[in-house]
Ligand binder design. Structure first.
Ligand code: 5GP
Length: 127
């Protein structure tokens, strides 16, 4: 399935250093930074450095190294935030929105790490 990556998206600009971010973690293939409009006391976005639109694009085209790096970066941020239940933290939620129905605002793959309060039900039921 072909994916079209828009190099003008805001996270591509962050990766190119054209706009600043509040960096939480940087690895060889991934970057984590604070969301500009946090929805929870901890709200960190983790992105791969490669040009992937969404999770299934990444799963299809990224190298095993990139996938391992990204997965471990997410875990490392959870550890840094102290929210891992395995370390007696209170937990967190990962969200990765994709496309129109997923209501994805920025077309560069990102995982939201949300933590710091009880986040409530997973999704709202239809009206
Ligand atoms: P999405 O709806 O695509 O899953 O989420 C995009 C997220 O990116 C939103 O939570 C939004 O607050 C965040 N965001 C949008 N623009 C910027 C920006 O310039 N800097 C940072 N750090 N976050 C941004």
């Amino acid at each position: 399935m072909p994916y079209t990556y828009d190099t003008s998206n805001i996270f591509a600009k962050i990766l190119r250093g054209e706009i600043p971010c509040d960096k939480v973690l940087e690895t060889e293939h991934s970057l984590a930074f604070s969301d500009i409009a946090p929805k929870t006391p901890h709200h960190v976005l983790v992105i791969p450095k490669g040009p992937y639109v969404c999770y299934d694009h990444f799963a299809q085209d990224a190298s095993d190294l990139e996938i391992a790096d990204f997965t471990r970066a997410i875990g490392q941020v959870c550890a840094q935030l102290g929210v891992s239940p395995g370390a007696d933290g209170a937990g967190y939620r990962l969200i990765s929105n994709a496309g129109r129905d997923g209501v994805q605002e920025v077309p560069h793959l990102h995982v939201h790490i949300l933590a710091g309060r009880n986040i409530g039900p997973m999704v709202m039921a239809p009206p």
